[in-house]
Each structure stands twice: as structure tokens, then as C-alpha cells.
Design a protein around this ligand. Structure first.
Ligand code: NCD
Length: 639
């Protein structure tokens, strides 16, 4: 039976969060009225916990209810291989509410689908931790009054810290601004940024000078704030006027709170677990501009937060932990009151729910997702989001929230498939509405289900291998001509073709200059590593540094400009380069964004329904380099 759960912070409206805060203010009343009397809570913690678990258990007892628990899930049937689905089903007959912490992203959503009672997420992998966010917001509100307009610095492991993800969504919803100060390689993941932009129109901008980095770390601070007009234009070139504009916009920021987090070592492999990490201590406390900045931490802390801060009035993390009890009492009462009032399936604004019509279909690319690790407890269910980066059609994993690009779409009745293209937007919508849409990860998957490929219109060659080579040479000449500091030069290609062209440009530059140049690759839509080192390939060198570099961003074709826009925001998310220049092999014109490439191989004005395909030998063996143009024949039309 469906019931009201708390899996994501998105399950609560702002009004409901305010209501929970009011209940928390009156926690003593809830206690004396014993509003939880007769209820049983089961705590299922597959990962260690002190605060979350004990404060939940204490809350339930204070409400007059009782608690059952497995002291260690390794001592439960989970150790014998029981699925989360079965555990949820079974424990539902022993308790009225399940409080679950699990190491896989999305595991609590899966359990909520199988449980017959209410389920609360006490942290699922690196995904979300909504009840911690309730404590955080409550603490902030108590300290600072309203949340709207506050500037909150989040610092540390923004990639794996689940408390951070729930917190930034909530701060955006309440209209607070966020300054990110990530440890190297631990920036906010792309899926979180994509959601912030899609749902709350929040984008990142660099923060002024050494305001924060001086007292905290070497990493660059970035400001997450509601979108400003013209911000895209700002990103197209980084010159002094733009820098000063940005600087004036965010310099002299009032920092209301500093939210520090621990490095989530348990979610990292090998090298990443070592390395430097920001810390906060006396230096921070002595800076005048932080005199009213409260310091928060979800705890436990390791070395990142010095005990010196404990004695200072601004260190409020123990109070923050103490609020765990009134907040969780309030939450339990709030949920019990709504036991039989399920919320409709939560859905991102403008998204459609997609269930694959076949037993096999697209896979979430997040290796830590429950759908990958325990597919039997989940369904092939996604949200379809239109208008993704570069006009892509995006699938959002219903469990872990990761987003990835639709590669191949199929029509269930005619059993045809083709690569997704923006011109198929309308067609795909119709198929979705009539329940005939299928989505595949690979041609193999489609063909194994008996689908056949669609044909496209006739092709016309517009560049051959020799012309492509000439274009690369001519762009490389211009790049060197404009370059005043070759030591800072970094060629950054957009995967896949942009990266291949970038590598050819770098090889050309090397020939002309008799020296090596660094090359990197950006992955626009994938759940894995966004930024990869290509050359020098030495893994020992660590992540590619973007800070203060003169970046040549390379792509094969520019049309709407969306891909480049996304690439630029990814670059600025991790650091502030000295400049970014854009090189493209083909410029198709018709930009949606105010972007102008600095280096163009060939201008080919072309219509929307046309496609330009760049084929590069290295990507497709046995074929010569070429650029072809052709029309899309809608799979609906008779051929
Ligand atoms: C956090 C968690 O488990 O995500 N702890 C908590 O619930 N207060 C933070 C952490 O473990 O770093």
C-alpha cells in the first residue's frame, strides 16, 4: 500500500518543512502528549551511524513509541544475500515506520517501493540525506532568521557528501545563495548542478579573489545563485572586463554560514582517498569578515574542523546535532499524521515518467546505484527530461538521480530504432504518450529485441580527409599566433570527436613549436569522470589543472551552442582559467547562445532538419576522415 515517505528532500514542500519546524519548536508538547504511543519504528542501518540513528531512536521513545533494530545489518539476513526488497517487505509486518541507511545510492527508494509502511531515508550512499538537511535548515533559521538571501559556503567533499546534495536543493528552494569550496576533484557532481539549473535556475559564477581561499584552502570558490541575465555571454571569453564584472557582483559577500564536511573516504578508491583537503581553524576565526559566520558540520569530523572552533560562539555544530531530536520527533509526528496520504510520484518539473516496455533497456551509468547492484529490487523506470545539455534527451534515474543521454530510441510496434536527435523531439513525445517508446543503450540491445535500423536521407560529402587536415593546420597556426604564453596552453576536447580533433591540434602545435602540449578531454554527459587527462597520459600527474590556464576548447560542430555552453560551465565549475577560446571544425550558424568560436575550420550554414556528421578515422576504423551532411527522415514517414 502506498504511504507517505521521506526519501528525498523533494518529498517535502517548503510549507511542509516550515510546518515541521513549528512542530519541532513544540517538541516538548509532542512528548507530553505521547503522539507516537503504540507505534513501532524499525531502524535498518547498513552503514555506521551515531547521531542519525540514536536521535531517531530517542525521538521515537520520547514520542511514546518503541524501537526495534538490527544492531548490525551484517548480523541480519542481508549478510546471507537477502535483497533490500525482501527485507523491506518482511520488516513492514513488524513495524509502522522504517528508518533506513544504506550504502547504495537509491536503495531507500527501492525499499520504499516494496515496503507496506512508511519509509524514511537516513542516508543512501552518496545521494541524499534529507533528515540531516532538516536539522541544518532548522539550525540556520534559528541562528539567522529567514533563509532567503543567506550566503552559505559549503566546503569539502561536495561530490560524495550526501548531506550536501539534499542541502543545496533545499537552500536553492528557500532562495539562499551557495558558495562552493570543493576539495580538489570533489566538486558538486554534474547531475546535482543540472538539477539546480533545471528546477531552480541556479548557475555557478566564480567568486571574487582570495576572499575564502586565503583562510581555507587553495581551491577556487564558486557562487551558486539564481541565473543572471547575460551570464552565458560572460562565459564565452574570459577577459578583464568580465572578470571585474563578476568580481564586483560577488565581492564583499557577507558569509552567513560555513558548512564544512568530512572527506567521504569510504566512497573512494585508492588515490582519491589520499591527497590534500581543506581545513578550518583559528585563521578563519581571526578574520574580521567572518565575525558573523556560523560554522556548521553534519559530523562526524576528522581533521577538517579544528577543535579550536568548539569554544567559539560561531561553532554551532553540537547544537546542530542536538536539534536532531526535536526535528526527528516533529518529522515522525508529521508523517504519522499523513500515513495514508501518499504523494503522487515525485517528478521533476516538465518531466515525464518512462518505463521501458521491454525487460532490458537503458542502464543507469552510476556504478553505485541500487539499479546496478541489485536490479531485482528495482524497476526500469526513469524520468525523461527534454532540453538537456546540447538539446539532448535526458534520462533521470528514478533511484539515484543521475542523468544520462538517450542514445537510441525505438518504436515498439514498427520495431524500428534510430539514434536520438533533437529533430525527433515531437515524434518521441508521441511514442511516449502512446506507450510505444523504447530506449536502448546499444545497437546490440535493440537488435537482440528484434528491432531494425531506420534509414536516413541521402548524404552529401562536404569535407574530405585532406580538407580536414588543412583546417586543423590552419586553426593550429592561428592558435599559436594568438598565444602569448605557451606554458599555460591546454587543449581541451569535447568527447568524442572534439577530443580527437583536439589531439590533432596538439600534435600539430607540437610539430610547429618542438614542444609538448597538455591535452584533456571533457565528457559532457556521463555519470563518470567529467574531465580526463589525455596527454601526458601519466596517471601519477593527478587531475588536469584548469586554474590560470589558457584553454582551447575544441569541438567538431557548433550549431545551437548548447554543448559548448555546458562545457564552459563545467570548466568554470572546477576552476577559473585565465582564458577560454573556442575552436570548432564546422560552424553551422544559428546559435541559441551568444557564443562565437575563435577558430573555425569551415563555415557551413545548414538547416535544422539537416545533420552534419564528422567521421574521424580513429573513431571508425577502415574509414577515411570526412564530413557529410544529410537529412533526417522522420521514422514516422514512409520511406
Ligand atoms: C553524515 C552522513 O552520514 O552522511 N553524518 C550524519 O548523518 N550526521 C555525514 C558524514 O558521515 O560525513
Amino acid at each position: 500500500m502506498a504511504s507517505r515517505n521521506l526519501v528525498s528532500i523533494a518529498d517535502l514542500t517548503n510549507g511542509e518543512i516550515e510546518e515541521i519546524f513549528e512542530l519541532a519548536d513544540a517538541a516538548e508538547k509532542l512528548r507530553s502528549e505521547k503522539v507516537g504511543s503504540g507505534k513501532i519504528m524499525a531502524t535498518l542501518f547498513y552503514e555506521p551511524s551515531t547521531r542519525t540513528r540514536l536521535s531517531f531512536e530517542s525521538s521515537m521513545q520520547r514520542l511514546g513509541g518503541t524501537v526495534i533494530s538490527c544492531s548490525d545489518m551484517q548480523a541480519s539476513s542481508a549478510a546471507k544475500g537477502e535483497s533490500v526488497a525482501d527485507t523491506a517487505k518482511v520488516v513492514s509486518s513488524y513495524a509502522d515506520v522504517l528508518v533506513v541507511r544504506h550504502y547504495w545510492d537509491g536503495a531507500v527508494q527501492a525499499m520504499a517501493e516494496h515496503a507496506d509502511v512508511q519509509v524514511i531515508n537516513a542516508g543512501d550512499g552518496g545521494h541524499e540525506h534529507p533528515t540531516q538537511t532538516l536539522c541544518d535548515l532548522y539550525t540556520l533559521r534559528k541562528e539567522k532568521g529567514a533563509l532567503k538571501g543567506l550566503n552559505v559556503v559549503i566546503c569539502g567533499d561536495l561530490k560524495n557528501g550526501r548531506t550536501i546534495h539534499s542541502l543545496v536543493y533545499a537552500l536553492a528552494r528557500f532562495g539562499a545563495n551557495v558558495v562552493t569550496l570543493a576539495a580538489a576533484g570533489m566538486e558538486l557532481p554534474q547531475y546535482v548542478l543540472e538539477r539546480l539549473e533545471r528546477e531552480f535556475q541556479y548557475t555557478l559564477a566564480p567568486v571574487a579573489g582570495g576572499d575564502l581561499s586565503a583562510v581555507v584552502t587553495e581551491s577556487d570558490a564558486l557562487y551558486l545563485t539564481p541565473k543572471q541575465p547575460h551570464q552565458l555571454a560572460l562565459f564565452t571569453q574570459v577577459d578583464n572586463t568580465i572578470q571585474s564584472h563578476l568580481t564586483s557582483r560577488v565581492s564583499g559577500l557577507r558569509y552567513d554560514a560555513f558548512y564544512m564536511t568530512r572527506k567521504q573516504k569510504e566512497r573512494m578508491k585508492g588515490v582519491a582517498a589520499g591527497g590534500s583537503y581543506p581545513t578550518i581553524g583559528s585563521k578563519f576565526l581571526n578574520e574580521r569578515r567572518f565575525k558573523d559566520t556560523v560554522v556548521m558540520h553534519p559530523l562526524p569530523r576528522v581533521d577538517e574542523l579544528s577543535p579550536e572552533v568548539d569554544k567559539d560562539r560561531r561553532g554551532i555544530y553540537f547544537q546542530q546535532a542536538a536539534y536532531g531530536v526535536p526535528i526527528r520527533m516533529a518529522l515522525l509526528h508529521f508523517l504519522f499524521e499523513r500515513q495514508r496520504q501518499p504523494k503522487p510520484l515525485k517528478s521533476v518539473k516538465g518531466a515525464a515518467i518512462f518505463e521501458n516496455p521491454h525487460a532490458v533497456g537503458p542502464h543507469c551509468p552510476n556504478a553505485k546505484c541500487i539499479t546496478v547492484n541489485e536490479p531485482g529490487s528495482t524497476r526500469l523506470r526513469f524520468e525523461l527530461l527534454a532540453e538537456g545539455p546540447a538539446g539532448a534527451l535526458i534520462l533521470r534515474c528514478f533511484y539515484c538521480d543521475h542523468r544520462f543521454k538517450v542514445q537510441l530510441v525505438g518504436h515498439k510496434t514498427s520495431k524500428r530504432y534510430c539514434p536520438y536527435d533533437i529533430t525527433l523531439d515531437e515524434t518521441v513525445r508521441q511514442w511516449l504518450n502512446s506507450g510505444e517508446l523504447a530506449i536502448f543503450d546499444s545497437i546490440k540491445q535493440a537488435e537482440e529485441l528484434g528491432y531494425e535500423p531506420h534509414k536516413s536521407g541521402p548524404q552529401r560529402a562536404i569535407m574530405n580527409d585532406r580538407e580536414i587536415q588543412m583546417a586543423v593546420r590552419q586553426m593550429s597556426d592561428q592558435i599559436i599566433h594568438d598565444c602569448d604564453d605557451p606554458d599555460r596552453l591546454l587543449v581541451l576536447g569535447i568527447r568524442t570527436n572534439g577530443s580527437l580533433i583536439g589531439q590533432r591540434i596538439a600534435a600539430q602545435l607540437q610539430q610547429m613549436q618542438q614542444r609538448k602540449f597538455e591535452v584533456g578531454e571533457l565528457e559532457i554527459f556521463g555519470a563518470g569522470e567529467d574531465l580526463r587527462r589525455i596527454r601526458p597520459a601519466d596517471a601519477e600527474l593527478g587531475p588536469i589543472q584548469l586554474r590560470d590556464r589558457s584553454i582551447i576548447l575544441v569541438d567538431d560542430v557548433i550549431h545551437t551552442g548548447r554543448t559548448v555552453k555546458t562545457a564552459l560551465s563545467m570548466i568554470f565549475r572546477s576552476a577559473r582559467p585565465r582564458s577560454v577560446r573556442l575552436a570548432v571544425l564546422i560552424d553551422r550558424g544559428h546559435r541559441e547562445m551568444p557564443l562565437k568560436p575563435n577558430y573555425v575550420g569551415k563555415h557551413i550554414p545548414s538547416a535544422d532538419h539537416e545533420r552534419v556528421r564528422v567521421q574521424l578515422g580513429a573513431a571508425e576504423p577502415n574509414s577515411r576522415d570526412s564530413v557529410v551532411i544529410y537529412s533526417i527522415v522522420s521514422p514516422n514517414e514512409k520511406q
